[in-house]
Design a protein around this ligand. Structure first.
Ligand SMILES: Cc1cc2nc3c(=O)[nH]c(=O)nc-3n(C[C@H](O)[C@H](O)[C@H](O)COP(=O)(O)OP(=O)(O)OC[C@H]3O[C@@H](n4cnc5c(N)ncnc54)[C@H](O)[C@@H]3O)c2cc1C
Length: 380
């Protein structure tokens, strides 16, 4: 019987992995099944743009997989049984057996951090949530307020994008940190602050949000702010599936993997992308980003193919080159980094940074999920 490979999640990491696995392995040796919650590839790095009213292309996964031998199951995985080596789905087939599992389910917003966030806050973590926010914001009357909670990359991007698209709305940005852009070089931070001023985003540094209400939020120091929408952007965590199945995970639910992306508790299981707690070149923990997801997606395919061929693979190399922040459509900050993600002195700002980011986002899809063609590749 041929080896049954199952990949859960068709984001940047999972789609890249599935296509590359199908290309590297012959149909008689292995079958590749890709299970994804929707029939579309979601360009997640543009979800703040979608929420701000822009169009988002969501190409069909079947189209992306045409010419490959990958079997697509559109449905949600509800549980993994590592003893029977099966995944349960909410569609037929209800159960899919695997010999090797690649866990690529991405991440989600941390909505359980404070009371009321899960009920009343919106996020840009997924397509459905960003679409809901888009509708909500579009209905706010001029003079209304959107509160964004979280001063990290996602918070900065959604706050800027909304402020640029809806100049008649008041955008407030709450961060528990003493300033925005910590971890960036001084020039990048200065530019960030100027851009937020230009966009009239009111920044509330050192302000911890303690609760979200239907009509606003409360901060830890007892102040209440009215808001027509609250966007929760405090960071991401992996879904509960891996932890519930008994795989070794970190405190964010990310699967603990070795340098070949193999689960440290279950050797027939691998994890990639946001759902994997890997280690980058240089020893830093892997960052949730496309710069992690794409090499992991390619790397896991190479590792699994090597092991199936009886060879022991080397480590998967994950290195960083920059951090990219869009500040609306015409401004941005690119912080160049060392491979271990420490910032370098070199920074790009303004229109050049916006152009750079757009080029990177386009090439991410071209060289990643779309680039793994179904045909033979001379580099493989
Ligand atoms: C608004 C926003 C802006 C961002 N900007 C940047 C940026 O500029 N640069 C950058 O590098 N990163 C950025 N990121 C982070 C980046 O999007 C993620 O790191 C990247 O998407 C991770 O890829 P992934 O393949 O691990 O997961 P995802 O792309 O999230 O894909 C996961 C897939 O798994 C599917 N899935 C999940 N659970 C299940 C289940 N139970 N059953 C079946 N399918 C399931 C999902 O539907 C999805 O298709 C941004 C993220 C957001 C939200």
């Amino acid at each position: 019987m041929s080896h049954r490979l199952v990949v859960i999640g068709a984001g940047y990491a999972g789609l890249t992995a599935a296509k590359r696995l199908a290309r590297k392995l012959s149909r008689s040796d292995a079958t590749v099944t890709l299970v994804n919650a929707s029939d579309r590839f979601v360009e997640r790095v543009r979800l703040h743009q979608l929420a701000a009213g822009q169009r988002l292309a969501a190409p069909s996964l079947r189209q992306q997989l045409s010419g490959t031998s990958v079997r697509l199951v559109v449905g949600r995985v509800t549980a993994i049984d590592p003893t029977r080596r099966t995944v349960c789905t909410d569609v037929a087939p209800r159960e899919i057996g695997y010999d090797t599992l690649v866990y690529a389910v991405g991440s989600q917003a941390r909505l359980d951090e404070v009371p009321g966030a899960a009920q009343h806050a919106d996020t840009v973590a997924g397509l459905e949530q960003a679409t809901r926010l888009r509708h909500r914001v579009a209905q706010i009357a001029p003079g209304g307020t959107v509160a964004v909670v979280g001063g990290g990359l996602t918070g900065l991007e959604i706050a800027s994008e909304l402020a640029e698209s809806y100049p008649s709305l008041r955008v407030r940005l709450f961060t528990g940190a003493s300033d925005v852009g910590s971890g960036l070089a001084p020039r990048a931070r200065t530019h960030l602050r100027r851009a937020l001023d230009r966009l009239d985003v009111a920044v509330h540094p050192g302000t911890v949000v303690a609760a979200v209400r239907e009509d606003g939020l409360d901060t830890r120091d007892g102040t209440s702010f009215a808001a027509d929408a609250v966007v929760w952007a405090t960071g991401f965590r992996a879904p509960e599936l891996a932890r519930a199945a008994g795989f070794a995970t970190d405190e964010s639910g990310r699967m603990l993997v070795d340098a070949t992306l193999r689960s440290v508790s279950h050797p027939e299981v691998y994890a990639v992308g946001d759902a994997a707690a890997g280690v980058s070149t240089g020893g830093a923990p892997s960052r949730m980003s496309c710069q992690t997801a794409l090499p992991m997606g390619r790397g896991v395919a190479d590792v699994v193919a090597a092991r199936l061929a009886g060879r022991e693979p080397g480590p998967v190399r994950i290195g960083y080159a920059f951090t990219n922040i869009s500040l609306g459509r015409h401004d941005g900050v690119v912080q160049f980094t060392h491979a271990d993600d420490r910032p370098r002195g070199f920074v790009l700002t303004g229109h050049a940074a916006a152009v750079f980011k757009e080029a990177v986002v386009r090439s991410t899809v071209r060289s990643g999920p779309r680039g793994e063609s179904g045909r033979d590749d001379p580099d493989s």
